[in-house]
Design a protein around this ligand. Structure first.
Ligand code: GTP
Ligand code: SPV
Ligand code: MN
Length: 580
């Protein structure tokens, strides 16, 4: 089956050669050398950062492109108002034209990969065909790929991912074709066709394209959840451990939270995953989560030994860096990595840079790629085939006003409403206007492979008798004061909020009921010095803000028409009434 399909794609793309990727170390070294020869990879100083490389993308291929991302299902209604829809037959016609001969003069790599622990009943297999060795090198760190995955394919159906940078014969460091971008998903035939970009989620089809867009449609059919969520374990001073999953939009804090270094004595966080969770209902009624990935593709800027010690330790060797700056001693640097910037560096654009340049040395969406196994606080059970039981789920966006530091949902329905009502200030993770507030339900706006109204209904349908529903919370680390400074210190101090949620799950009552959910009566702030009045502001119910929030939400929800579940209409009315 695999062979036939590979031959068929090869006949279309006309590569010079075909390379079935095994995942061996020798093969990895060979691909790295090839990438160095083509100047895609700059080897870093082995004394500073062994076996690590820097890649610089084309200046216009730096992030996900949501306006060129398509869901191609037979009925437009199934894609819904928040996705770009194209008729599958029409899209296949366009793609056939673009892919014809698109790999001439290049090698076509065939990458079998497994999302989720090998041998887990919850894992799913796929194969990505790509003409980008950079993609292969990244997938080696981020997925379980090569021979180990090929063995699992057998006769089982696999998701078909086809990717081309769209630049045949090219011998440039970063081939791409950004005039002809198509990141297209066919949920009905479980295919992904991506053309023109070599960057991140546009090209690493294992991640958002498969593990979220295609997987979310599978999950809907089969009664499980494929979510843009980190998974972490929290252990309290008594040694009790609980797992939480949490959803924030792109570049809003998942990797940082998943690797948190606790500032509270006796409390410990361990990392299961930093971006995607697949969750299933087990026979005992618990919700269990696996991390389908095997590595991190994390935001570099802002990452330092102070803010995210464990990420910095993770990338000390065997890492790929994309679009960060190169220091004079052959190491990497990005904004926020050290308090004092280097006196000179080569910017992500390959130009001389000094602190006086007035430009960013690293692109705001520059990233590191590294295997999960290099994370010092990787949970010992991160790879468990049966997944880990989830006690709580929380959501949060980047909101400078209105949304409090933390609150707990009044019920499952209310929790689904809170998540559906999420909005967040846009970041550099996707092409668009950074800082602009937009609705991003469940942090899945760019990643839901079907109608968002149906997705809300799917979440509501999780509430069934015999199930131990996780508690739902909503957080916001990003409130700002009048001068634009963050009111909450964030990072390791977020443990204080995690502690409150952990104890809420255990039934310790330390909360007050408000129109927008339960809020803490008190938080453990020992040893923390907040600005006077900051806590009050962080935990206030801003009536004026919420009035605006509610009316804006009603008009946002209106676009889903009859697809908007009645329960969410009711919840909107409840909040509106309560805050008025
Ligand atoms: P994706 O990989 O795009 O899905 O992003 P993510 O959700 O994993 O975000 P990440 O943890 O990489 O954080 C993105 C940016 O937010 C980084 O620059 C962080 O330094 C910053 N950040 C993360 N957590 C906090 C926090 O608690 N407070 C503040 N102020 N900034 C934070
Ligand atoms: C995100 O944008 O949410 C990411 C990075 O995690 S990417 O893989 O490019 O989607
Ligand atoms: Mn993400």
């Amino acid at each position: 089956m695999l062979n036939e399909w590979v031959q068929q794609i090869a006949a279309l793309c006309q590569p010079d050669s075909i390379h079935l990727v095994t995942g061996s170390d020798e093969e990895a070294r060979m691909i790295e050398q090839e990438l160095v020869a083509s100047k895609t990879f700059i080897p870093l100083n082995p004394e500073k950062r062994p076996n690590s490389f820097l890649a610089r993308s084309a200046p216009d291929d730096v992030a996900r492109v949501e306006d060129r991302t398509f869901i191609c299902c037979s009925k437009q209604e199934d894609a819904g108002p928040t996705n770009n829809w194209k008729d599958p037959v029409e899209m296949k016609g366009i793609l056939n034209g673009l892919f014809t001969g698109c790999m001439k003069g290049r090698t076509m790599y065939v990458v079998p990969f497994c999302m989720g622990p090998l041998g887990s009943p919850y894992s799913h297999c796929a194969v990505q065909i790509t003409d980008s060795p950079y993609v292969v090198a990244n997938m080696r760190l981020m997925t379980r790929m090569g021979d180990q995955a090929l063995k699992l394919l057998n006769e089982k159906a696999f998701v078909k991912c086809i990717h081309s940078v769209g630049m045949p014969e090219a011998n440039v460091p970063w081939p791409c074709n950004t005039k002809n971008l198509y990141i297209s998903h066919f949920p009905e035939s479980e295919e992904i066709w991506s053309f023109g970009s070599g960057y991140g989620g546009n090209a690493l089809l294992n991640k958002k394209s498969f593990a979220l867009r295609i997987a979310s449609t599978k999950a809907r059919r089969e009664g499980w959840l494929a979510e843009h969520m980190l998974i972490l374990g929290i252990t309290n001073p008594e040694g009790v451990k609980r797992y939480f999953a949490a959803s924030f939009p792109s570049a809003c804090g998942k990797t940082n939270l998943a690797m948190l270094t606790s500032t509270l004595k006796g409390w410990k966080v361990e990392c299961v995953g930093d971006d995607i969770a697949w969750m299933y209902w087990a026979d005992d009624g618990t919700l269990r989560a696996i991390n389908p990935e095997a590595g991190f593709f994390g935001v570099a800027p802002g990452t330092s030994y102070d803010t995210n010690y464990n990420a910095m330790k993770s990338v000390e060797k065997n890492a790929i860096f994309t679009n960060v700056a190169l220091t004079d001693d052959g190491d990497v640097w990005w904004e926020g990595m050290t308090k004092t910037p280097p006196e000179h560096a080569i910017s992500w654009l390959g130009e001389d840079w000094t602190p006086a340049s007035g430009t960013k040395a690293a692109h705001p969406n520059s990233r590191f790629t590294v295997s999960s196994t290099q994370c010092p606080i990787l949970d010992p059970a991160w790879d468990a085939p049966s997944g880990l039981p989830i006690s709580g789920i929380f959501f949060g966006g980047r909101r400078s006003s209105t949304i409090p530091l933390v609150r707990q949902a009044l019920s499952w329905k209310h929790g689904v409403f809170m998540a559906a009502a999420m909005s967040s200030e846009m970041t550099a993770a996707a092409k668009g206007e950074v800082g602009k507030l937009r609705h991003d339900p469940f942090a899945m706006l760019p990643f839901c492979g079907y109608n968002m109204g149906d997705y809300f209904a799917h979440w509501l349908s999780m509430e069934q008798s015999g199930r131990k529903l996780p508690e739902i919370f909503y957080v916001n680390w990003f409130r700002k004061d009048a001068s634009g400074k963050f009111l909450w210190p964030g990072f390791g101090e977020n443990i204080r909020v995690l502690k409150w949620m952990f104890e809420a799950v255990e039934g310790k009552v330390n909360r007050v009921k408000t129109p927008i959910g339960y809020m803490p009566e008190a938080l453990d702030l020992e040893g923390l010095h907040l600005a006077p009045g900051a806590l009050e502001e962080l935990l206030a119910v801003d009536k004026e803000g919420w009035k605006k929030e509610a009316s804006d939400l009603a008009s946002y929800f209106a676009q889903f028409g009859s697809k908007l579940p009645e329960d969410l209409k009711k919840e909107t009315d409840n909040v509106t009434r309560a805050v008025l």
